[in-house]
Design a protein around this ligand. Structure first.
Ligand code: ATP
Ligand code: MG
Length: 262
């Protein structure tokens, strides 16, 4: 079920395939049409195993306009699979339907123009917060961007993400204590914001954080809507919609998509 979607089921024209940086001025609209996703499971023992297809997503249609857009559902309901599909990161095997960005198919370089913060953070524990952001800048920004500009972007992000105080602290790992959970999450968001993405996808940015830290991450995303990103799609794991209702009044999203349990 998707809320606040007025144009479900319509077939938009595909006459504007020029998804580029200028679209960022007003934000990008993501729409999805007749999305179905099946995976091939196998049941039984080794050579006697029989293919057993499992339908993960069934006939999803909707539009996500610029703003915060949330995908809700219990564990295993297909939130990560759907986010991968919207971000153009899913193997087309077993996938039907189409995703349009500003009414045109995703361009081949969509992965470079969008940011994706995965469910399990990929920050490097042995590096400092600044080194992680600089590493992302070196990898993700074109070689034509001067080093001084890359450093300036890192400094700007550290300020925006309130990470200046821990900029030179090691992130740490499960074995060695480092920065806090919220700081770690903000660092992994910063690693994606470095490219100024037109659309930012986040898989469960609040999971594992206490209510106050989760709230600060959502506030951060909301405040950065004007500075960096204009379109943000994220997933939240909910059993009964209760946990999202805590934030819904504070951070009303542009659209809410509820995925039922599989
Ligand atoms: N490639 C795959 N092979 C087998 N099963 C898969 C595959 N991809 C997804 N699934 C199954 O599809 C269902 C949805 O998975 P998905 O990771 O999208 O759920 P989720 O809502 O993100 O769950 P969680 O909240 O626990 O992260 C799960 O039951 C998962 O096992
Ligand atoms: Mg998931």
């Amino acid at each position: 079920m998707i809320e606040d979607i007025g144009t479900n089921g319509t077939s938009p024209s595909k006459t504007s395939p020029d998804f580029n940086r200028t679209n960022q001025a007003c934000g990008s609209t993501v729409s999805f049409h007749s999305i179905q996703y099946k995976v091939q499971m196998r049941s039984g023992f080794f050579c006697k195993a029989k293919p057993n297809p499992k339908e993960v997503l069934t006939d999803l249609n909707g539009i996500m306009r610029p703003g915060l857009n949330a995908i809700l559902g219990p564990t295993g309901s297909g939130k990560s699979s759907f986010l991968d599909i919207l971000a153009g990161r899913k193997d087309p095997l077993g996938l039907l339907g189409e995703v349009l960005i500003d009414e045109a198919p995703q361009p081949p370089n969509f992965k470079c123009l969008s940011g994706y913060v995965v469910q399990e953070d990929v920050v490097m524990g042995t590096l400092t917060v600044r080194q992680n952001l600089s590493f992302s800048a070196a990898l993700r920004l074109p070689a034509s961007v001067p080093q001084r500009e890359k450093e300036a972007r890192v400094d700007h992000l550290l300020r925006e993400l309130c990470l200046t105080k821990v900029a030179d602290a090691k992130v740490g790992s499960q074995l060695t204590r480092g920065i806090s959970g919220g700081e770690r999450k903000r660092t992994s968001i910063g690693m994606e914001l470095i490219i100024d993405p037109a659309v930012l996808f986040l898989d469960e940015p609040t999971t594992g954080l206490d209510a106050s830290t989760a709230n600060s991450v959502l506030l951060l995303l909301k405040s950065n809507m004007l500075v960096f990103i204009l379109q943000c799609v994220f997933t939240v794991c909910t059993q009964d919609g209760q946990s999202w209702s805590n934030y819904n009044h504070v951070h009303p999203p542009a659209a809410l998509l509820h995925l039922p349990a599989v």
